[in-house]
Design a protein around this ligand. Structure first.
Ligand code: DC
Length: 217
């Protein structure tokens, strides 16, 4: 059976997860947030008190089990979808996801999940590394101010008060790390459609993606 793969990449706060989830719902595809896997591994390493700079210490990944239950990430049988969103995890995940060994193991799993099902997968290297043969590839961007403001509003909604300037500098630092790392840095696939979401509403981005997917089908 021919399945359809949609890859969505982009920097932190560009709206990837929200948009990818809506696109998946629209076409009734499975949605996989690969950033959540890197976050979960970071959370587990922090709980285990291992040195995050030590790539060799991530051998525990082989015994780590992931599943997505109704769109929520479970690790080793427990729902970690909330715990992986803390600021501490956000500020350590770039380092953890820069390790070649960690990427190799997670990419293998991501490829396996995407096999044999219609999928929308979001991340940083999906279009050119995880699913290079994806039917559709999108790269969502937005200026730093817009992205920081989105994070700020999300946090405020959850009762988390972090100054906008702090969020802005954290986003800049994370982008810089993700873009300049050696192994599979953040970048668009050569054949990705680039969408700047700075001045777009979520529903308009979804409509743009929908129209491109339908046009080709
Ligand atoms: O999408 P996110 O902000 O939850 O991703 C968290 C981090 O994980 C991000 O800073 C970089 C890393 N990541 C990655 O290296 N490759 C992916 N495919 C997805 C995320």
């Amino acid at each position: 059976m021919k399945t359809t793969q949609i890859a969505i990449d982009g920097p932190a706060g560009a709206g990837k997860s929200t948009i990818a989830r809506l696109v998946a719902d629209l076409f009734d595809f499975t949605y996989i947030d690969t950033g959540a896997m890197y976050r979960a591994i970071t959370l587990k390493a922090m709980r285990m008190n291992i040195e995050l700079v030590d790539e060799e210490a991530f051998g525990f990944l082989d015994d780590t089990e992931f599943s997505y239950v109704e769109g929520r990430l479970h690790m080793d049988g427990a729902d970690v979808s909330r715990d992986i969103r803390t600021r501490e995890v956000s500020n350590n995940v770039s380092l953890v996801s820069s390790h070649r060994l960690v990427r190799k193991k997670l990419v293998e799993r991501q490829k396996c999940i995407a096999k044999d099902q219609d999928i929308v997968m979001d991340g940083r290297d999906i279009g050119y590394n995880v699913l290079p043969a994806a039917d559709y590839k999108f790269f969502l961007t937005a200026n730093v101010k817009t992205r920081a403001l989105r994070r700020f509003r999300e946090n405020e909604e959850q009762g988390l008060h972090i100054p906008l300037e702090d969020l802005e500098s954290e986003i800049i630092a994370r982008d810089d790390f993700d873009t300049n790392r050696i192994h599979s840095p953040l970048k668009p696939a050569n054949d990705a459609v680039i969408i700047d979401t700075s001045n777009m509403r979520i529903e308009d981005v979804v409509k743009t993606i929908e129209s491109i997917v339908k046009e080709v089908d």
